[in-house]
Design a protein around this ligand. Structure first.
Ligand code: HPA
Length: 245
């Protein structure tokens, strides 16, 4: 297969080397309009909006991933394999399951545990540990330090379930130090590993499964901006030759 694909109308060259991926395509539009200079839309197939623009002189793209591992699995695979994208930074919200987390904390996912069967396609004689690109991780931690943002680095759970029959199924992961639950990063990390590319997930904690607390829309907006500034700084630095593999 080659570009355009059944899910992405962009032509080769329309997409930057680094793509930021929120789950919500309207979030992608908001990011493009708020943070990028001269954004140009490259996709609207299935409403999965994607844009390329500039941030502080660096070409950056932003595109929705949809919800869940099958969805980000498709879009990230195509970006890496058919559009020559090197770096995908997922930006999203996650539910805190670890006692130490507070609402609005930024979580940078060094690893993504999962209850999904996505890894079965590789036919491995065991379980794969999906991990972030070290270079993206390093750049994002440095950006968080510089920006004075409270952040935690560690494992997240990429779950196939938003609604679970037993809430304890999700909480069990906290016993092993897993910080928060979201629904996409493990597929991104596996695609990146398989294709020799770089993936990273950065999250703000929008709710705490430990207490049932959740952020207000205003709080979500402020923490979203803090997370975006980390992601954009990371995108600029990897683009200027610090990406590595
Ligand atoms: N589960 C899955 N994904 C999420 C959650 C959650 O509780 N909160 C934010 N993203």
């Amino acid at each position: 297969m080659s570009a355009p694909t059944p899910h992405n109308a962009a032509k080769p060259g329309d997409i930057a080397k680094t793509v930021l991926m929120p789950g919500d395509p309207l979030r992608a539009k908001y990011v493009a309009e708020t943070f990028l200079k001269n954004p140009v839309q490259f996709n609207s197939v299935r409403g999965m909006l994607g844009f390329t623009g500039e941030y502080e002189g660096t070409r950056v793209s932003v595109m929705g991933s949809g919800m869940g591992m099958p969805s980000i699995g498709i879009y990230s695979y195509e970006l890496f394999a058919f559009y020559d994208v090197d770096n995908i930074i997922r930006i999203g919200t996650a539910g805190g399951i670890h006692k130490g987390l507070k609402l609005r904390d930024v979580v940078i996912a060094s690893g993504a545990s999962t209850n999904s069967s996505y890894f079965k396609q590789y036919g491995l004689p065991g379980y794969f540990a999906p991990i972030a690109s070290f270079n993206l991780l390093r750049q994002s931690v440095q950006a968080a330090e510089e920006n004075g943002v409270r952040y935690v680095v560690g494992n997240v759970l990429s779950s196939d379930y938003f609604y679970t029959d037993e809430a304890t199924d999700t909480m069990a992961w906290a016993k092993l130090g897993v910080l928060a639950v979201e629904m996409e990063s493990a597929a991104l990390y596996m695609n990146a590993a398989r294709l020799g590319k770089n993936g990273l997930g950065i999250f703000t904690i929008s709710d705490l499964l430990t207490t049932g607390a959740s952020t207000t829309p205003e709080e979500r907006q402020t923490s979203f901006t803090a997370m975006m500034e980390i992601a954009l700084k990371t995108a600029c630095r990897v683009d200027s030759g610090n990406a590595g593999k």
